[in-house]
Design a protein around this ligand. Structure first.
Ligand SMILES: [Zn+2]
Length: 258
């Protein structure tokens, strides 16, 4: 295990020592361990992942049979197919619908699943489908030749280069950037702030009219009018009057009118 871990590190992959399956269950000796042979042995877990050969030699000196975890470097993702949760069926369906994934570095997991490595950046979803998780630099994967609780061994079925994620995979995984401008009817803090400003900056002559207008907009969009009442009070309107104006704006037939 030490030699392999050092090999990974030499290739740029940050590794961590994981617990191992034992005859009694898990090397953590937790009676109810629910993650046998898959959780880190070190305190900071994935945050301890390193490519430093001395640290790695020390770890596997202490725990020669520790399973090996790899924390993907940013820009790499692992598509983790778990057949026990239907991931293989989902994966086949996805390939039929969108096309074959390209050849890429692939491991067969100890439970008969698959780890497919791809190059892909961005804010990614954690799951592609039920039974197909996505592992990024925010996590880690169990790597060959780690041992699985079932007795199976993780093995590379393709130790070749890591392919760029095809476009359809990127489209499925990358979260869209949040829209900066509110679309009509969507409530954003900027919308609320804008309405509040309209009321707060009103001169005494236009306070009531502005409050009415803002309250009607707030009502249309389902925004809580309390900040508007507060802004009107700030602008010098008595509380009762502000509340009455907001009520009448909310109750106006047909919504907002000038
Ligand atoms: Zn354990």
């Amino acid at each position: 295990m030490l030699d392999v871990a050092l090999d990974y590190a030499a290739g740029g992959a940050a590794v961590i020592p994981l617990h191992s399956p034992t005859d009694a269950g898990c090397s953590c000796r937790g009676r109810d361990c629910r993650n046998i042979g898959k959780h880190p042995r070190t305190l900071a877990g994935k945050d301890d992942a390193t490519t430093d050969p001395e640290t790695i030699a020390r770890w596997w000196g202490m725990w020669p049979d520790a399973n090996i975890g790899i924390r993907p470097t940013p820009g790499l993702v692992v598509v983790d197919i778990d057949p026990r949760n239907g991931g293989d069926v989902q994966f086949d369906a996805m390939q039929q619908r969108y096309g074959q994934l390209p050849r890429t570095r692939t491991a067969r997991t100890g439970s008969g699943g698959g780890h497919l490595w791809f190059r892909l950046c961005g804010d990614l979803r954690g799951q592609l489908a039920p039974g197909i998780d996505i592992k990024t630099s925010a996590g880690y994967v169990v790597a060959p030749p780690s041992l699985h609780a079932s007795g199976g061994v993780y093995t590379w079925t393709d130790a070749g280069p890591i392919a760029p994620a095809p476009e359809f995979l990127a489209a499925l995984l990358v979260r869209p950037a949040r829209a900066a401008a509110p679309s009509n009817g969507r409530v954003t803090p900027a919308v609320v702030e804008g309405l509040v400003r309209v009321v707060r900056e009103a001169s005494p002559g236009e306070r009531n009219r502005r409050l009415y207008w803002a309250a009607a907009r707030a009502h249309e969009k389902g925004i809580d009018p309390t900040p508007l009442i507060e802004a009107a009070i700030d602008a010098g309107l008595p509380q009762r009057e502000a509340e009455r104006t907001v009520d009448s704006a909310a109750n106006a037939p047909g919504g907002a009118h000038r």
